[in-house]
Each structure stands twice: as C-alpha cells, then as structure tokens.
Design a protein around this ligand. Structure first.
Ligand code: URA
Length: 409
C-alpha cells in the first residue's frame, strides 16, 4: 500500500477500503504519514465526502487506536450524552444530575472549550477544588455509589482522534459530516456506555449550520451505534441563539443550579434539558417518553435533582460557595426602540472569548469569573435605555460591541 495512491483515490472520489483507511490513519498516528499528507486527505474527504462504509471503517480505526473503558463493573444500564457544542450550552450540568437522581447511571467524559465554544470541563473547573481527572477505578466507584461522574477524557482514549482533530482545527477541515460522526461516535463508544444520546446543535453558533446536515449526521451516528450494539438517539436543537441567559463558566454554573432548583420553567433551556433527560431516562428504564418526562419534572420540583448535583460536586471535591464571579459589571442598554429579532450566539461566544472566558489554544489560562448575562429574549419589546445584557469584566477591556449581537427591528 502507498500513501500517494490512497490520496489519489480519494481525490478521484473512489471508495477507500478498510485496510487503506487503517494504513493511512494509523501511519499518521505513529508518525509515518506526514501532517501535509493527512491534511490533503482530510481536505479531499471534506470536499468529496465518505461513503457510510468508509465512515464505519474510520470510526473503527479511531476506537482501536487507544484504550476502551470497561464499565462492566458498574451495575445496571449506563447512559451517556453528548452535545455537538454551542454557546451557553450547560445542559450536561443539569441533565446528568436529573437522570442520576432517578437511579439512571451516567458516566460522562467531557471536553474543554476551544475557540469561542465552551466546554463542560472548563465550566466544572470554575468551581474551586473541583477534580476533573479521575482514574478508571475512581469513576467506577463513584458511579456505583452516587450514579454520576463527569470527568475529562482519560489520556489514552481515542488518541488518533486527538491528533487528527488538532490538524482539522488548523486546516479548515472540521466541517465534514463523516469526520464529525466518526470523531464523536468513536469517543462515545470507547467511553463504554450502553445507551447514548446525542444533542445535535444547529445554527449560527454551532458546527452544523443546516437541518439537512443535522439529519444526515443523526442517521450516520445511529447507524454507527448499531454496529457496536449501542442504542443511539439524537435530538436536533437550536443554536442560533445562546442557550439560556448565561454565557461564561461560573455564570453558567449559577444558571444550571437555578434550573435544577426549578427556576426557568417554560424557558427554552429548561425545555431542552427536560427533553434530553427524559430521553435518557426512557432509554435506560424502557418506559414511555411521557412517563419519563413526568418523572424528570417531579425530581426537579421535589429537589432531588438539585440534591444530586450537590452530592456530585462534593464527591469531586468542588466548593460551590467559592465560585468566582466578577464584581466589575457593565450594563449594556438598547440604543433604539423595537422588537428583538436575533441574539447572535456566535457573537456572544466571541465576546466571552475576548473577555478571557475561553482559551484560544489548549493550556491557555481562563478567567472563570467573566461572561455575559442576557436579559432579553427573541420577540421581547425594548425601548431606548432598557438593559439588554450585563457584562462581567475581568482584566481584558478590549472586546467587541455587545450591541452588535442584538438585532432590534
Ligand atoms: N466534536 C468532536 O469531538 N469532533 C468533531 O469532529 C466535532 C465536534
């Protein structure tokens, strides 16, 4: 087999075999295939696509590039959820304790934010003392005892995806349905859960921009799950507008706590969390979605979900009382009368990034105390001088005009 021949084949839109995919990707992992050769292949995949068989093969090569977490010593069905990412997406912090409070075991490996999209691990690390790195033994013990653990990815889980993703990030090759499907599903399958729920975000602040792409991604992920005997469900949810009122690490923890305490009923964030949690519960318990929804709402209203969150934070050594929130705030007011037509998710993400709330590259320092609280929602009427949002400032005082994120007509 020869790297140039494989690249040529993909350029000519011919289907690669399992062995060819394994050869070139494993060669990249062990340094025999150069970055520029892999970049060329990735761009050919972005432009020419992959057949389903090629996508299944790539997922398999990804999974077998590292460790596979064995969760068989956790009793019962284990569920996992994943969001394709977006601005203000704190659903894991809300959904995981809700389902655990109903006896459904959830063991979740989450990621950090990159660029202007946030990551669950950064949000959890804004809680002083919170431990995100647990050993396999600690994860298993914790899930057996309290039903929930959220950790950062262990070092050797799908190392090939880590290396390929870093290259995709700098070669404009992230936006490809087969590459996204194999990247996400390989990590979910290697993480060991029996049932997996994927929240596919669509819109200006998401990786996936159209409903059509979201449906294609959904089909592919479900088909990959079937190959590994994992039940996969997907929900397609909006990411044109930030999810909830808060964008920024500590601020999002505060909002998650508020939702778990039963506030925000009727808001889009509340409804999305209930839908996600209900799907996980019905997958694990085999009951109807309507029955699962009733159980979920009950455990929010009776405080069980919030108590589970506190238990989870305590187990992972976090001190919620010490959450850092900036005291330097600026209220941004409307400069016109009208109706709010749009609150741009991507612009809010960029703003939080500029304030220091996200890292530009792995390892950058994050200011957990900064961010934005949005006071209005789409369709609200505003007058000149009404508060649109509050900015929580850190040391960085150069940031885009927050008014640009609001379209008022
Ligand atoms: N998240 C991932 O883990 N992989 C992708 O390809 C896109 C989003």
């Amino acid at each position: 087999m020869n790297v140039i021949e494989i690249l040529d084949k993909k350029r000519l839109k011919q289907e690669l075999s399992y062995d060819e995919i394994k050869y070139i990707f494993n060669g990249f992992l062990n340094g025999e295939v150069e970055d520029y050769q892999m970049s060329s292949l990735l761009m050919a995949i972005v432009l020419n696509g992959m057949t389903d068989e090629e996508t299944f093969a790539l997922t398999d090569v990804f999974i077998n590039s590292g460790d596979i977490l064995d969760l068989s010593s956790i009793q019962g069905i284990k569920v996992d959820k994943h969001s394709t990412g977006g601005i203000g997406d704190k659903t894991t912090l809300i959904v995981a304790p809700i389902v655990a409070s109903l006896g459904v075991k959830i063991c979740k490996m989450s990621g950090r934010g990159l660029g202007y999209t946030g990551g669950t691990i950064d949000k959890l690390e804004s809680i002083p003392g919170f431990q995100v790195s647990l050993s396999d033994e600690e994860i298993i013990k914790q899930v057996n005892q309290i039903g929930i653990a959220i950790t950062s990815q262990t070092k050797n889980l799908v190392p090939l995806d880590k290396k390929v993703y870093a290259l995709r990030d700098v070669t404009a090759t992230v936006e490809s349905i087969p590459l996204i499907a194999s990247s996400i599903m390989s990590k979910k399958i290697a993480s060991g859960a029996d049932k997996i729920l994927i929240d596919i975000k669509v819109g200006s602040g998401a990786l996936i921009k159209t409903e059509e792409d979201a449906r294609h991604l959904s089909k592919l992920m479900i088909a990959i799950g079937r190959k590994y005997n994992r039940e996969v469900r997907t929900l397609i949810t909006d990411m044109n507008t930030p999810l909830g009122k808060a964008v920024g690490n500590s601020l999002e923890i505060v909002e998650a706590v508020s939702i778990l305490k039963g506030n925000g009923q009727g808001s889009y964030l509340f409804d999305v969390c209930v839908e996600l949690a209900s799907n996980l519960v019905s997958m694990a318990l085999g009951n109807s979605l309507a029955e699962a929804r009733r159980m979920v709402i009950n455990n929010i209203n009776n405080g069980a979900a919030y108590r589970k969150f506190l238990e989870f934070v305590k187990w992972q050594k976090g001190n919620l009382a010490a959450l850092p929130l900036s005291k330097k705030t600026v209220i941004i007011r409307s400069d016109r009368n009208g109706i709010i037509k749009k609150i741009d998710a991507a612009k809010m993400g960029i703003l939080t990034f500029e304030l220091g709330g996200q890292c530009a590259k792995q390892g950058d320092t994050i200011d957990y105390s900064v961010g934005v609280i949005i006071h209005k929602k789409i369709g609200d009427e505003v007058k000149v001088g009404h508060a649109l949002c509050t900015i929580y400032l850190g040391d960085k005082n150069t940031y885009s005009n927050p008014l640009d994120a609001f379209e008022i007509v």
